[in-house]
Structures are given as structure tokens and as C-alpha cells.
Design a protein around this ligand. Sequence first.
Ligand SMILES: *[C@@H]1O[C@H](CO)[C@@H](O)[C@H](O)[C@H]1NC(C)=O
Ligand SMILES: *[C@@H]1O[C@H](CO)[C@@H](O)[C@H](O)[C@H]1NC(C)=O
Ligand SMILES: *[C@@H]1O[C@H](CO)[C@@H](O)[C@H](O)[C@H]1NC(C)=O
Ligand SMILES: *[C@@H]1O[C@H](CO)[C@@H](O)[C@H](O)[C@H]1NC(C)=O
Ligand SMILES: *[C@@H]1O[C@H](CO)[C@@H](O)[C@H](O)[C@H]1NC(C)=O
Ligand SMILES: *[C@@H]1O[C@H](CO)[C@@H](O)[C@H](O)[C@H]1NC(C)=O
Ligand SMILES: *[C@@H]1O[C@H](CO)[C@@H](O)[C@H](O)[C@H]1NC(C)=O
Ligand SMILES: *[C@@H]1O[C@H](CO)[C@@H](O)[C@H](O)[C@H]1NC(C)=O
Length: 222
Amino acid sequence: MAPCNKPVIVTFILMVICFTLSNGANTDISCLKAFKDSMEDPENVFATWDFSNNITGNICRFMGVECWHPDEDRVLNINLSNTGLKGELPLGLASCTSMTGLDLSGNRLFGNLPYNISEMLPYLTSLDLSSNNFSGQIPRNLANCSFLNVLKLANNRFSGQIPVELGMLVRIKEFNVANNSLYGQVPVFKNVNVSAASYAGNPGLCGGPLPRCQGPVNKTGM
Ligand SMILES: *[C@@H]1O[C@H](CO)[C@@H](O)[C@H](O)[C@H]1NC(C)=O
Ligand SMILES: *[C@@H]1O[C@H](CO)[C@@H](O)[C@H](O)[C@H]1NC(C)=O
Ligand SMILES: *[C@@H]1O[C@H](CO)[C@@H](O)[C@H](O)[C@H]1NC(C)=O
Ligand SMILES: *[C@@H]1O[C@H](CO)[C@@H](O)[C@H](O)[C@H]1NC(C)=O
Ligand SMILES: *[C@@H]1O[C@H](CO)[C@@H](O)[C@H](O)[C@H]1NC(C)=O
Ligand SMILES: *[C@@H]1O[C@H](CO)[C@@H](O)[C@H](O)[C@H]1NC(C)=O
Ligand SMILES: *[C@@H]1O[C@H](CO)[C@@H](O)[C@H](O)[C@H]1NC(C)=O
Ligand SMILES: *[C@@H]1O[C@H](CO)[C@@H](O)[C@H](O)[C@H]1NC(C)=O
């Protein structure tokens, strides 16, 4: 976890308020079932994901799952980086209603990111999908995941332009889209200077730390 500082505490308080207000039913078990069911798992990392034991807090002992509290079926983070998983991100992830972190880097995931990802996972502070096989455009809707601190999408096959709206993510500290097929103007972030290395390996990005964009800039994203 990041060391405590003011923005982190403010984020935390905001999230606690949001959860209290939403007061939703606990659907996180069905979220994890949907996730497991949509993945090929050649390395058998889901061996510990046994849903037959329905004691409260059971899912908190699954490999790669961290709960808000060990005796409460509410997922805080999923981290299954470098575990050989293959499949598409299931819409059922939306049932992890208070998830803040998702690290699925270094797998063989493919397909588009859901166009409504912020409606699905509104409280994400960290999303790492680096080194997979995702394609299509980076959804503009990610700009509504307003708690995002970390967004890593490097080493995939994302194409098109990076939505300029991502510049609205005022909490971003780490942003990396290296090694994709992106072109056009990079977003302008208010509170961080993204390095050129985080944009490297794309055919036509410009602006920010990169050479100035030539000619008219396409504003049309997804
Ligand atoms: C847990 O599972 C057992 C056996 O399958 C069942 O009898 C029981 O009602 C379940 N409890 C809850 C809270 O779902
Ligand atoms: C996920 O787990 C890997 C391996 O343990 C670790 O290197 C990585 O930092 C974790 N990701 C997050 C977001 O904590
Ligand atoms: C996201 O979009 C899909 C496809 O249109 C829809 O089935 C799903 O309910 C949406 N999810 C949310 C959380 O809005
Ligand atoms: C990624 O997708 C492409 C095209 O479908 C496929 O040829 C390639 O093998 C995939 N790579 C990985 C690592 O799965
Ligand atoms: C963010 O959410 C607001 C309110 O739901 C919506 O009007 C806006 O279009 C969304 N922005 C993006 C970039 O999806
Ligand atoms: C992009 O690819 C290059 C060459 O394969 C590699 O050196 C670099 O580390 C990659 N960037 C990221 C962020 O992974
Ligand atoms: C970004 O770079 C500019 C110019 O070098 C500097 O003035 C500014 O303080 C930097 N911002 C951050 C958040 O590091
Ligand atoms: C704008 O987009 C069109 C098609 O999407 C593309 O052909 C053109 O090269 C783009 N222009 C710039 C300046 O990126």
C-alpha cells in the first residue's frame, strides 16, 4: 500500500462515505465466480477459489484476493499478476462493488476494455493491465474513474488515440501506455509529469514530453 499522505486519506474518507450511502447488497462472491468462470487457468491459480464453503470471509482467503476486512465478503483488491490467465474481462466484475485495485498484468487477457468501466468499477485507485493482449481503444469513460492514482496499460495492442479526457484524472501519479499502437496528442495531466518512456513504443504519439503535434489534432476518441 502507498504510504499515508493527505490525498490518500481524503480518498479513503470519500470512499467510505460513498459505500455508506450506496449500502448495497453483498455481491462480491458472484463477482469472483464470474471472473473465475471467464478465465482459462492453465497454471491452476484458482485452486484455492472454492466457493462451496459459504462461511463469511471465505473469499478473503482466495489467492490474489484482498478484502476490506478478513471476515467480510467485500473485495478490496484483486492481484493475479503473472499467473497465466487467459480470457476477456467479464462484465460481472462490476459486482465487486467496492473494489479499489485490480492488477492482472502479465497474463494473456484479450479483447476490449468495457466502454462503461467507470460504471463497473467506480472506486478504482489502481488499474494495472500491462503486458496482456488487450486491443481496441482505451475507453474515454476511464476518465470517470476519478480516484485513479495508477493506470498502467503498457505492452498491449491498444490502438487509436488516448482520450484527452484522461487529463481530468487529477489524482494520477503513474500513467503508462508504452508499447501499444496509439497515436495523436497525449493527455495533459494537471498534477504529474508523465515521462516520455511511458509513451514509448507507439507509432504516433505527440505533445507533452514528446515532440510537438504537427497539424490538426484529432479530438475524436471512443
Ligand atoms: C451454507 O451451506 C450449507 C450447506 O450447503 C447450507 O445448509 C447453509 O444454509 C448455507 N448457509 C448460508 C448462509 O448460505
Ligand atoms: C501484485 O503482486 C505482485 C507479485 O506479488 C507484486 O509484484 C505487485 O506489486 C502487486 N501489485 C499491486 C498493485 O500491489
Ligand atoms: C456495461 O455495459 C454492458 C453492455 O452494454 C451492460 O450489460 C452492463 O450492465 C453495463 N454495466 C454497468 C455497471 O453499467
Ligand atoms: C495476441 O493476439 C494475437 C492476435 O489474436 C495473437 O496472434 C497472439 O498470439 C496473442 N498473443 C498472446 C501473448 O496471447
Ligand atoms: C462521466 O459521467 C458523467 C455523469 O454520469 C457523464 O455525463 C459523462 O459523460 C461521463 N464522462 C465520460 C468521459 O464518460
Ligand atoms: C516497451 O518495449 C521495450 C522494448 O521491448 C522495453 O524495453 C520497454 O521496457 C517496454 N516498456 C514498458 C513500459 O514495458
Ligand atoms: C512538471 O514540470 C514542470 C516543468 O518542468 C514543473 O514546473 C512542474 O512543477 C512539474 N510538475 C510536477 C507535478 O512535477
Ligand atoms: C485523424 O484521424 C484520421 C482517421 O481516424 C487519421 O487518418 C488521421 O491521420 C488522424 N490525424 C492526425 C493528425 O492524427
